[in-house]
Each structure stands twice: as structure tokens, then as C-alpha cells.
Design a protein around this ligand. Structure first.
Ligand code: HEC
Ligand code: HEC
Ligand code: HEC
Length: 145
């Protein structure tokens, strides 16, 4: 091997190692963000299937701030007292599921798709490992300004 080729091979190896280290340095995403949340504070008791909120599906469309600050969703599965009256009134899910930003509340089965009897929970919840400060950079990065 010529010394030039050797140098290039060495260079690309170093770049590879740096890239690998860089990847390790990136904060690991909280798995809860990718999961579905089954919300069942009232639905079952009212004879409806539990509501399912696909978190990741929404999270890739909106910044955390939209829901967890502006719309006031608590960072806790089942942590909000969500009723249909509030939704129809434009609160919680109803801020978007109003036939304008997204399809409207008439589509009961789109949200009420949980298995009857399933308690409020987070599929594959890693909530114990979630620490609020990890979200700060995402929440404060407001690109609309
Ligand atoms: C955009 C999502 C969504 C749609 C569409 C939706 N719901 Fe709900 N609904 C929820 C959520 C979330 C809750 C709270 C679940 C809980 O905590 O048990 C809820 C709760 C309920 C409850 C129990 C609380 C209450 O207000 O009495 C009933 C009954 C209910 N929904 C009926 C319906 C019916 C009937 C429709 C269709 C006309 C509908 N929902 C459409 C999301 C939705
Ligand atoms: C479209 C609205 C929306 C967006 C955007 C959103 N969330 Fe959520 N998030 C929710 C709802 C709804 C819940 C469940 C609340 C409930 O059950 O009452 C939730 C719950 C959570 C929870 C609690 C999980 C648990 O195990 O209890 C965490 C943590 C969370 N979100 C983090 C985030 C982060 C971080 C982002 C941005 C990367 C984000 N969310 C973006 C709506 C949203
Ligand atoms: C910030 C706006 C926003 C909020 C709040 C919101 N949604 Fe949505 N949701 C959307 C949009 C946008 C879509 C995509 C569908 C579309 O293009 O109309 C969607 C789609 C969905 C879907 C369909 C997912 C799929 O795979 O097609 C479900 C189910 C759903 N939402 C449930 C809920 C429930 C339950 C809540 C409240 C706990 C909620 N959403 C709150 C904006 C929102």
C-alpha cells in the first residue's frame, strides 16, 4: 500500500471512530415518546372502548410544547381529566380534532380503539427513566421566532 492510501485509510478510520463516539454522545430518546397511551379514566365505565393516543404519530407532527405547554396536557398517562364535553369544547384532543386541523370528534372509533377493560397505561412505558430536563432543548427550541 502506498503511504497516501494508508493515510487515507487511517483518516477514514478516525472519522468513523469519531462519528461512532458522536452517536454515543447523543442523548438517548425517551422510549415513551414512541409509544401509544391508552387513556381509560372514564371510557370503560361509560361503556366506550378506552381511548388510544398514538404519541409518536403526533410527536413527529407537533413540538412537545404545543401539547404539553400550550394545550396543558400533563406529562402523565391518564394525568388529565379528559371528557367529551371538554373535547367538543375545543380542549385537549379537541383543540385539533375539530374538522379543521384534523378530523373531527364524530369519528368515535378512531380514538376509542382500545381493548375494553385495559387500564390507563403506556405501552412499554419507561416513565421511571424519564427525567424532565432531558426534554428542555426540544421544548425551548421555538423555530417560529
Ligand atoms: C379525538 C379523539 C376522540 C374522539 C374522536 C372521541 N373521543 Fe371520546 N374520549 C376521548 C378521550 C381521550 C377520552 C378520555 C378517556 C378516559 O379518560 O377514559 C374520551 C372519553 C369519552 C367518554 C367518557 C367520558 C365522558 O365524557 O363521558 C365517552 C362516553 C366518550 N368519550 C364517547 C365518545 C363518543 C360517543 C365519540 C364519538 C361521537 C367520541 N367519544 C369521540 C377521545 C375521543
Ligand atoms: C399532539 C400532542 C402531543 C405532543 C406533540 C406531545 N405529547 Fe406527550 N403526551 C400527550 C398526551 C395526550 C399524553 C397523555 C396524557 C394523558 O393520558 O392524559 C402525553 C404523555 C406524555 C408523557 C407521559 C408518559 C407516561 O408514561 O406517563 C411524556 C413523558 C410525554 N408525553 C413527553 C412528550 C415529549 C417529550 C414530547 C415532544 C418530543 C411530547 N410528549 C409531545 C400529547 C402530546
Ligand atoms: C396538536 C393537534 C392534535 C392534538 C392535540 C391531538 N391530535 Fe390526534 N391527530 C392530529 C393530526 C394532525 C392527526 C393526523 C390526521 C390528519 O392528518 O388529520 C391526528 C391523528 C390522530 C389519530 C389517527 C392516527 C393514525 O394512525 O392515523 C388518532 C387515533 C388520534 N389523532 C387521537 C388523538 C387523541 C386521543 C388525542 C387527545 C388525547 C389527540 N389525537 C390529540 C392532531 C392532534
Amino acid at each position: 500500500m502506498s503511504s497516501k492510501i494508508k493515510r487515507n485509510v487511517l483518516k477514514s478510520m478516525i472519522i468513523g471512530v469519531l462519528a461512532y463516539m458522536g452517536a454515543l454522545g447523543v442523548p438517548q430518546p425517551a422510549q415513551a415518546e414512541y409509544a401509544d397511551i391508552v387513556i381509560n379514566n372514564y371510557a370503560d365505565a361509560a361503556g366506550m372502548r378506552p381511548a388510544v393516543f398514538p404519541h409518536w404519530f403526533h410527536r413527529i407532527r407537533f413540538r412537545c410544547k404545543v401539547c404539553h405547554t400550550d394545550l396543558g396536557f400533563a406529562f402523565k398517562a391518564g394525568g388529565n381529566k379528559i371528557t367529551m364535553a371538554k373535547i367538543i369544547d375545543g380542549k385537549f384532543c379537541g383543540a385539533c380534532h375539530n374538522g379543521e386541523i384534523s378530523w373531527s370528534v364524530e369519528n368515535c372509533a378512531m380514538c376509542h380503539s382500545g381493548i375494553p377493560g385495559q387500564p390507563t397505561h403506556f405501552h412499554g412505558s419507561t416513565v421511571q427513566r424519564l427525567i424532565a430536563p432531558a426534554y428542555k432543548p426540544l421544548q425551548t427550541k421555538d423555530t417560529t421566532k
